[in-house]
Design a protein around this ligand. Structure first.
Ligand code: HEM
Length: 496
């Protein structure tokens, strides 16, 4: 074809230009979303939105910059997916607690293959209410206490491995050490399977667990979903996770289920057994969520095998990296702040043997292991004067709240005293959100805190955490959605 009678352009070239033009128009149309709502935010890059900035600076840094520049609610695009980022405690309270019934579900982009629709963190509407009410008693304080013998066995392996790794004064990579421990704990408390991840890294359970957990967040399937949100329902059954590893766990869980159904023993204390028995349990009445949801009224049947399989897998994925990162940062903070380590040791000596030991150090360290958590608006509405259309992804930026000097004076100081009984009352509501907020907060919080506290106490009774020349201060953080060290975290474990 000739253009203005001057140059002859091949048809294929014009076709490509036309397709590109249409694609850019599609993206500009999608990304005009926040302009029409009058919500502030950066000018999006077609198709990519904030992805280039996340790839370059990491999610945490990008979020912090956006919130500093645009305020407590910012309209952004992850690819072509609109996300309203929030750090306003009033807005968080409205969405996550007061008007929870209008914002119950997680955003569409959260959905993986159909199999995972049966997992409590993905399930929607009435199905989520049923799953949450049936699974909640599984994580009650009493059930967690029953799990302590399982955790104690993993602690023995942790200490043995820590001794081996630190032999001859060698520095120890803490994420690796605690990663093996948390994997042992979730295999044992979740599936009733004993592994020693550190000593037997080739155990098929360990190999597949690691594969299942290494999600490439900026992989092709994820990017395609973000750039073309309208295609989501067509591509959703392409797994975001390593399908072979997932299949391994489905088979392993199926055989545990079959064995349990044949067994007459009532000695099993793990999550699989608790899920098999879940419908017989009543809710933990002390749980704040029960007041909001009246969980017992939703429990109408037992869990199906698919629901047990999907949730067992989800617990594995949710428990591993989070708790091991928490432990890694606790050990780092104690190594850098020897005075706090001394104080904690004397606290442990005083409290040991008592139940419910307060370890404010652990609490202060869960600050932002999960950088973000989200809900979806079920209808067009308005919150705190901000227009929210149906389907919008509302995401709390946890690290921006936790490092906000207006809520946390001197936010980068490691100061566990902020969480002491005397000071706890000064914390502004909805500014401390390590496990999310409202009835859909982290269901595994008690298990995570129990295992983390037990591990810290045991480690401190055997070692002193010390920094070495390889210790990165402050540690460079991974660019993804979870706060973890980018290059590992090296410490010396001085035997006591
Ligand atoms: C330090 C460790 C952990 C941290 C920091 C953490 C953090 C979180 C956060 C921020 C959420 C989102 C809450 C919301 O949307 O309001 C969440 C949800 C969830 N967590 Fe955890 N978590 C941890 C450990 C665990 C463990 C050990 C398990 C299970 C064994 C677990 C299972 C879940 C599940 C199933 C959900 C989804 C709940 C639902 O949608 O109803 N987490 N977690």
């Amino acid at each position: 074809m000739e253009v203005l009678g001057l140059v002859a352009l091949p048809n294929w070239f014009l076709m490509i230009v036309a397709v590109l033009f249409l694609l850019i128009m599609y993206s500009v149309y999608k990304q005009s979303y926040f302009w029409s709502l009058g919500i502030p935010g950066p000018t999006p890059i077609p198709f990519l939105g904030i992805i280039p900035s996340v790839a370059k600076q990491g999610l945490q840094e990008t979020d912090l910059r956006l919130m500093q520049k645009y305020g407590r609610h910012v309209g952004t695009f992850f690819g072509n997916m609109p996300q309203l980022l929030i750090t306003d405690p009033e807005m968080i309270k409205e969405i996550f607690v007061r008007r929870f019934s209008e914002f119950t579900d997680r955003p569409q982009s959260f959905r993986n293959t159909e199999f995972f629709d049966s997992a409590v963190n993905v399930a929607a509407g009435e199905h989520w209410k049923f799953l949450r009410s049936t699974l909640s008693p599984t994580f009650s304080s009493g059930k967690m206490r029953n799990m302590t013998p399982l955790i104690s066995r993993c602690l023995e392996k942790l200490i043995r491995n820590a001794k081996n790794m630190s032999e001859g004064g060698k520095s120890v990579e803490m994420k690796n050490l605690f990663g093996a421990f948390t994997l042992d704990v979730i295999c044992s408390t979740g599936f009733g399977i004993e592994v020693d991840s550190q000593s037997n890294p080739n155990d098929p359970f360990v190999v597949n667990a690691r594969k299942a957990m290494s999600v490439n967040i900026v992989g092709p399937r994820f990017l395609l979903g973000m750039m073309f949100p309208d295609l989501h329902r067509f591509i959703r059954n392409i797994s975001l996770l390593d399908q072979k590893a997932i299949d391994f766990f489905i088979d392993a869980t199926k055989s545990v289920l079959n064995e349990r159904r044949k067994s007459t023993s009532d000695n099993y204390r793990d999550l699989i057994q608790l899920m098999i028995n879940a419908h017989k349990e009543t809710s933990d009445k002390t749980a704040e969520n029960d007041e909001v949801l009246n969980y017992d009224s939703y429990k109408k049947r037992g869990l199906t095998d698919t629901e047990i399989l999907a949730n067992a897998l989800m617990f594995l994925l949710a428990a591993f990296d989070t708790t091991s990162s928490l432990l890694t940062f606790v050990s780092y903070c104690l190594a850098v702040n020897q005075d706090v380590q001394d104080k904690l040791l004397s606290e442990i000596d005083k409290e040991l043997g008592k139940t419910n030991t307060r370890l404010s150090v652990t609490e202060s360290n869960i600050v932002d292991i999960s950088n973000r958590f989200s809900r979806e608006a079920s209808a067009d509405t308005e919150v705190c004067g901000v227009k929210i259309p149906k389907g919008l992804d509302l995401t709390v930026v946890v690290n921006a709240v936790h490092f906000d000097p207006e809520f946390w004076p001197n936010p980068h100081k490691f100061d566990p005293e902020r969480f002491s009984p005397q000071n706890k009352g000064n914390i502004k509501p909805f500014t401390f959100l390590p496990f999310g907020a409202g009835p859909r907060n982290c269901i595994g919080m008690r298990l995570a805190l129990l295992e983390a506290k037990m591990a810290i106490v045991e480690m401190l009774q055997n070692f002193r955490f010390c920094i070495v020349p390889e210790t990165e201060i402050p540690p460079k953080l991974d660019k993804g959605a979870l706060t973890k060290p980018a290059n590992g975290l090296y410490l010396k474990l001085e035997a006591l």
